[in-house]
Design a protein around this ligand. Sequence first.
Ligand code: C2E
Ligand code: CA
Ligand code: CA
Ligand code: CA
Length: 272
Amino acid sequence: AVLDRHVSGMAASQASFRTFYSEELRRAIAAGALVNHYQPTVSLTTGAVVGVESLVRWNHPERGLVYPDEFVPLAEQSGLIDELTQAVLRTALDDARRWFDAGYALQIAVNVSMDNLVALDFPEMVMEELAASGVPPERLVLEVTESRLMQNSVVVLDILARLRLRRITLSIDDFGTGHSSLVQLRDLPFNELKIDRGFVHGACEDEGLRAIVEANQRLARSLGLRTVAEGVETRAEWELLRSCGCDFAQGWFVSSPMPGHELPEWFEDWEI
Ligand code: C2E
Ligand code: CA
Ligand code: CA
Ligand code: CA
């Protein structure tokens, strides 16, 4: 519907629409019109806040806050994903720096696209942004979506290995939605596995979902990975994930994503 409104009046071939919209996105990135919201990650054993994940939004002059599912794929298709990721990373590291200075010992997680992991200078870019912000590499988590990981090439593996060598934490996002084999997972240098919210939410009512969550948890453990359950919406889900031995939780039960300036106050109020 959003697309319809936008193309009406234009010679509406998909290609011309995409050109129009990607040009608008390019300008928005350059003008700093992307904003990061942040969603906390909390320890399931202690309740302590261990980190926040950055989730990008486009603050659009007419349409208000536009969500990433609508423009990240466009950025990937139109060659803007390197600029987008760098802009998000820079903002996230600047915000994180301020929170560290205020005494919050957080990890900061940033979503990266598979398309970023084919650019050979990607690790250099990340290290430069870390250096400029003064955030230690140990504090940065890069999340990569599993469904596309398995198109992995020698280049992707090389880039992941170089990031890992610099002590950046690597996380597999949306785990269970792709088709990774055990062998592939074993060969990739990841530290963390995020169990997709499609399995977590509803796992209390559905034995099939619960079995998938438990299997993912065992798989992660056998590979030595820490686990994050996404999409924890209820206390019952929180308790279930905790009893499964999952390490961390994220989701509306803890907090929905919020603008960075709201985080310190949320932090002070948080208790489980
Ligand atoms: P994701 O990384 O899996 O992020 C989790 C998504 O689930 C977020 O949607 C978040 O708002 C939503 N969510 C969090 N807790 C709950 C919950 O309890 N219930 C439900 N139903 N949803 C919850 P969002 O912000 O719309 O982001 C969508 C996707 O866009 C992200 O999925 C991520 O893959 C991508 N994305 C976001 N920011 C970036 C970015 O800076 N770069 C790239 N490449 N991708 C991004
Ligand atoms: Ca993510
Ligand atoms: Ca996810
Ligand atoms: Ca997702």
